[in-house]
Every structure is written in structure tokens, then in C-alpha cells.
Design a protein around this ligand. Structure first.
Ligand SMILES: Cc1cc2nc3c(=O)[nH]c(=O)nc-3n(C[C@H](O)[C@H](O)[C@H](O)COP(=O)(O)OP(=O)(O)OC[C@H]3O[C@@H](n4cnc5c(N)ncnc54)[C@H](O)[C@@H]3O)c2cc1C
Ligand code: FES
Length: 276
């Protein structure tokens, strides 16, 4: 019988340094074999998470940022905030760690089909949105107008700029920063300001978000009057997790387990008492 907690050993193929506290790790299986695919031919559904672990330090959840069809590797973007993430940041290319998952539900990509899609993210929330963008671009004709709005504090805090230059050829990308530098020619201000300027076909638009709670609240307050109801607004929730499979109770919010019922919820499903 398979042990659901048993992690698989993986090797770091590549590390990209995005900023002082953010790195991307590309991981492959030790024997070079591909990661298993689900029934839709995906390694993971964008928005699902994996638990990356290091013996003696623990495991932490991350939303993969790689192309969900690419079974040769899984990429995660890690912000250094504590014990596990600091230990991950001390690793080098060629070092080994462990992976479990993918777990959780992910964004409902079948529901998004044939609709206009607005993707909104801020700060370090870009990884799951990046894998969703990669999926949409690979299946571009299945989706209507696609807008990505991405905000960060400074231009240096905007992650994955190279990939974004590729994305700009297939979808609309709007970048904005709170504190512009002198060579910045993009927008200044919050993503909410950019959203207000979008032309939206509200009857056929869905929204996917990953970012800080105040951003999610502000976006919800704008989208509802624009005619986009909470059931068409999907957000990835962050909670402390341990088992990842609905057993340990660490991630429970109201009547939901964030690890198995989420981490992606539409705003209708989230009790107003939840701390976003
Ligand atoms: C579904 C999901 C996807 C995630 N995807 C990413 C990702 O792609 N990239 C990334 O950098 N981070 C991501 N996170 C957050 C990441 O899991 C935490 O930053 C990490 O677990 C911190 O571990 P640590 O041992 O380094 O920090 P700790 O020492 O455990 O904590 C350091 C600080 O971070 C806070 N923290 C710890 N875990 C979480 C958490 N799960 N949610 C919110 N705050 C937390 C603690 O309260 C504390 O303030 C995700 C979290 C979830 C639940
Ligand atoms: S993380 Fe253990 S129940 Fe959700």
C-alpha cells in the first residue's frame, strides 16, 4: 500500500536568484524519469501545491510555477521567511531535497474555458498564476481576452520578468509598482488602479487571484460593482499546513480544510469571518 506521506527525493537542477530573499528552484527526479501525469496530461493543476522538504528542517507548501505539462521538472519560487525556506535558500544546484504532492484542487481551468480571464497578483503571489498563464498560452484558443495585472513594491520586486516578456505576445500584461525607479516606464500605483481602467465584459469574465489579503478585499470591492459576482472570483488561500492531505487539522478554516477543499476557493465559499 502506498504511504501518502512518503516524499520522493529530487535534485536541484537549477537555481535562479530573483532578489535578496527570493529564489527559483528547478527540481527533477534523481533518476531523470518524468513526474507522473494526471488524467488531463498535467503534472499538477495550476494552483495546486507541493510540499518541499529537507530532512531535519521540515516541509513547506509551494505553488509550482513551471509549465503544468512539463513532466521533466517542477519549479518553485521560494521567499525566505523562516526555518524551512532559509534552509532551502542555503542549497545549491545538485543538492537533494524531497517533494510530496501535488495536493489540493487548483484553479478550475475547465470553468475558465471560453471566458475572458483576469489574473491578478501581487508580491510573491506570482508562482501559481505563472503556471496558469503557461497553461492558458498553450491552449490559447480555448480562452477569450486574458489580462494579467501584477503589482509589486518596486521594479526589482517584480519576479519572472523574462517569462513575462514572452507572455506579452499572447496575453495582455500590466505591471505596476508602488515605488517607481528612475528607469521605470510602467504604471505606478496599486493593481486596483489598473483594474479600474480595464474594459470588462462582466457577463463572461472570471478572475483568478493570488496575493495578500488586503489586495483580495480591495479587488472584491471593485469587481462586485463591475458585475462580477463572488462565485466567479477565485483566490488561492495561504494557511499553515502540515500533512497536506486532510488528516492533521492544521489548515482548518470554518468547515473547510484548505489543503483538500482548497487552496483555491471562490469568494462565495469563503466565510466572511475568514481572515484572507
Ligand atoms: C498553498 C500554498 C502555496 C504557497 N506557495 C508559496 C510559493 O509559491 N512561494 C513562497 O515563497 N511561499 C509560498 N507559500 C508560503 C510558504 O509555504 C511559507 O512561507 C513557508 O511555509 C514558510 O516556512 P518557513 O519554515 O520558512 O517559515 P516559518 O518559520 O514556519 O514561518 C515564518 C513566517 O512565515 C509565516 N508562515 C509560515 N507558513 C505560512 C503559510 N503557509 N502561510 C502564511 N504564512 C506562513 C509564519 O507565520 C511566520 O510569520 C505557500 C503557502 C501555501 C499554503
Ligand atoms: S494540512 Fe493537514 S489537514 Fe490540512
Amino acid at each position: 500500500m502506498q504511504n501518502i506521506y512518503e516524499p520522493i527525493p529530487v535534485k536541484i537542477q537549477k537555481i535562479e536568484i530573483y532578489s535578496g530573499d527570493v529564489k527559483l528552484f528547478r527540481m527533477a527526479k534523481l533518476d531523470g524519469s518524468p513526474f507522473p501525469l494526471n488524467q488531463n496530461g498535467l503534472v499538477f493543476v495550476p494552483g495546486q501545491f507541493v510540499l518541499a522538504g529537507l530532512w531535519g528542517y521540515g516541509e513547506s507548501p509551494f505553488g509550482p510555477a513551471s509549465h503544468p505539462n512539463d513532466s521533466s521538472c517542477i519549479e518553485v519560487v521560494v521567499r525566505k521567511v523562516g526555518q524551512v525556506t532559509s534552509a532551502l535558500h542555503s542549497l545549491e544546484e545538485g543538492d537533494e531535497l524531497t517533494l510530496r504532492g501535488p495536493y489540493g484542487n487548483g484553479y478550475p481551468i475547465d470553468f475558465f474555458r471560453e471566458k475572458d480571464v483576469i489574473l491578478i497578483t501581487g508580491g510573491c503571489g506570482i508562482p501559481p498564476i505563472a503556471s496558469l498563464v503557461e497553461y492558458i498560452i498553450s491552449n490559447r484558443s480555448d480562452f477569450g481576452e486574458v489580462n494579467l495585472l501584477y503589482g509589486a513594491t518596486t521594479p526589482e520586486d517584480l519576479l519572472m520578468k523574462e517569462r513575462m516578456n514572452e507572455w506579452k505576445r499572447r496575453i495582455n500584461v500590466t505591471l505596476t509598482v508602488d515605488k517607481p525607479a528612475c528607469n521605470w516606464d510602467g504604471n505606478t500605483g496599486f493593481v486596483t488602479d489598473c483594474l479600474e481602467h480595464l474594459k470588462i465584459n462582466s457577463a463572461n469574465t472570471v478572475v483568478a487571484m493570488c496575493g495578500p489579503g488586503p489586495m483580495v478585499d480591495a479587488i472584491e470591492n471593485l469587481l462586485n460593482p463591475m458585475g462580477i459576482p463572488d462565485r466567479r472570483i477565485f483566490v488561492s488561500m495561504e494557511r499553515k499546513m502540515q500533512c497536506g492531505v486532510g488528516r492533521c487539522q492544521h489548515c482548518v478554516c470554518g468547515d473547510k480544510y484548505v489543503c483538500v477543499d482548497g487552496p483555491v476557493f471562490n469568494l462565495d465559499e469563503i466565510d466572511k469571518a475568514w481572515d484572507k
